[in-house]
Design a protein around this ligand. Structure first.
Ligand code: NIG
Ligand code: FE
Length: 403
């Protein structure tokens, strides 16, 4: 029998976190900062010397660096199996698309994921999310796309949602990730069989529009069908070849278009007009030896840029969002501030969760605190300068300490 809500209710906590040497609010830096967290939200943020008086618990951050809980806006965290063999094939000169078209790549992950039980997938996803949380990531977007049948896609989405807590999981239905061999009417099946079952389990719909995957016309049909179910729109666009998918997504009011190595000016202008976020994925870019997306042109056009890990077993076996922030600076040309916004505010916008990724009155009280590497000053730029591995000293999710 369930206990009454009154008996199990946890008293609301008010907590003053002080002693933050440098805090990123999502848009700017505050030195010697403090925050008041109350009932899962940020009640106040500012200089510690100006902290409001009153009754609350206190936590001394001990001179740490502070960030809003990080948001990873693009991952394929729920999967089974290994693609280490693909990695060696690619090192030996085979291309990602050639391996995919020959039935390997995504297809081999599909076979392993279909064979896994929902409970297996929950356990794998939980372990992976725990590793991300340790680095200060408190919200993770997870796509389906390794099931490719209604039952298997739904299994993935259910597993992703069950793995949530304390990390928030935002799910995206990606039935249009690859074409299973021998299913000529696969697009119809995505729309007529998978979508009705998967839409209630997902926050957004996505499609992989590319050579070896889905055409622009198919992508439009699939995204529009998802919109009819009330799903937000995301798209894997302009990764291997230019298709026009970014402009299409923007015209549909997409939250984000992701990858974008081969986007053209028309796509950039359409994204700027629509406020569609460019999700940059430097892990996939490095592993596939792709050219950089046109960051200077996104910047000039005012397209907000987010950074994701694209964590998946094939094109981006990378779980470290901090490492991706650094790679976005080194290989794509982002500034330190752009990288910090890319893993916080802009990432939250890309997943349709504008209540987080920033720290100000009313924001969700998700906070990560870090000590700098030994001998370094407690400065935000140090965390971007050093390549990844930044374990948080404390993480607060919805105002409660979870690490
Ligand atoms: O974002 N390009 C398509 N989808 C993934 C790769 C998934 C995989 O290789 O398993 C991506 O890179
Ligand atoms: Fe992806």
């Amino acid at each position: 029998m369930r206990m009454s809500a009154v008996a199990t209710a946890i008293p609301p906590i008010r907590l003053l976190v002080y002693g933050i040497r440098q805090l990123w609010t999502g848009s700017h830096v505050i030195d010697d900062a403090a925050l008041l967290l109350a009932e899962g939200r940020v009640a106040w943020v500012g200089r510690a010397a100006e902290a409001p008086p009153g009754q609350h618990d206190v936590y001394d951050a001990g001179g740490a660096i502070g960030m809003p809980g990080l948001v990873d806006p693009h991952t394929h965290t729920t999967f089974a199996g290994s693609r280490a063999r693909d990695f060696e094939r690619r090192l030996a000169g085979e291309t990602y698309t050639a391996i995919l078209e020959a039935g390997g790549g995504i297809h081999s992950t599909v076979a392993a994921t279909r064979a896994a039980s929902e409970d297996d997938l929950v356990a794998l996803t939980r372990d992976r999310l725990a590793g991300m949380l340790a680095l200060g990531v408190t919200t993770v977007e997870i796509k389906s796309g390794y099931g490719l049948t209604a039952a298997d896609e739904a299994k993935m989405l259910r597993a992703a949602r069950r793995a949530a807590g304390p990390v928030d999981v935002v799910t995206t239905f990606l039935g249009a990730h690859a074409r299973p061999p021998g299913v000529p009417d696969y697009v119809d099946r995505v729309i007529d069989e998978q979508l009705p079952v998967c839409a209630p389990l997902a926050d957004a719909i996505d499609a992989y529009c590319d050579r070896g995957a889905f055409t622009l016309a198919e992508t439009e049909r699939i995204l529009r069908a998802g919109m009819a179910y009330g799903l937000a729109v995301r798209v894997h666009a302009e990764q291997v070849v230019h298709t026009g998918a970014a402009a299409l997504a923007a015209s549909l009011g997409a939250l984000s278009a992701d990858h974008l190595e081969r986007i053209d000016d028309e796509g950039i202008e359409a994204m700027a007009r629509a406020g569609t976020v460019a999700v940059l994925l430097p892990g996939a870019m490095a592993y596939l030896k792709d050219p950089a997306p046109p960051v200077a042109r996104f910047r000039a056009a005012g397209v907000p840029m987010a950074i994701g890990t694209d964590f998946n077993p094939g094109s981006s076996p990378v779980r470290d969002l901090w490492a991706c922030a650094t790679l976005a600076c080194l290989t794509m040309g982002l500034t330190v501030s752009e990288a910090l916004a890319g893993i916080t505010t802009h990432a939250a916008r890309a997943v349709g969760r504008p209540d987080r990724g920033w720290l100000g009155p009313g924001a969700r009280a998700d906070l990560a605190l870090y000590d700098p590497p030994p001998g370094e000053p407690a400065e935000l730029r140090v965390l971007v300068q050093y390549l990844g591995g930044h374990r948080a000293k404390a993480v607060f999710k919805d105002g409660r300490r979870v690490i």
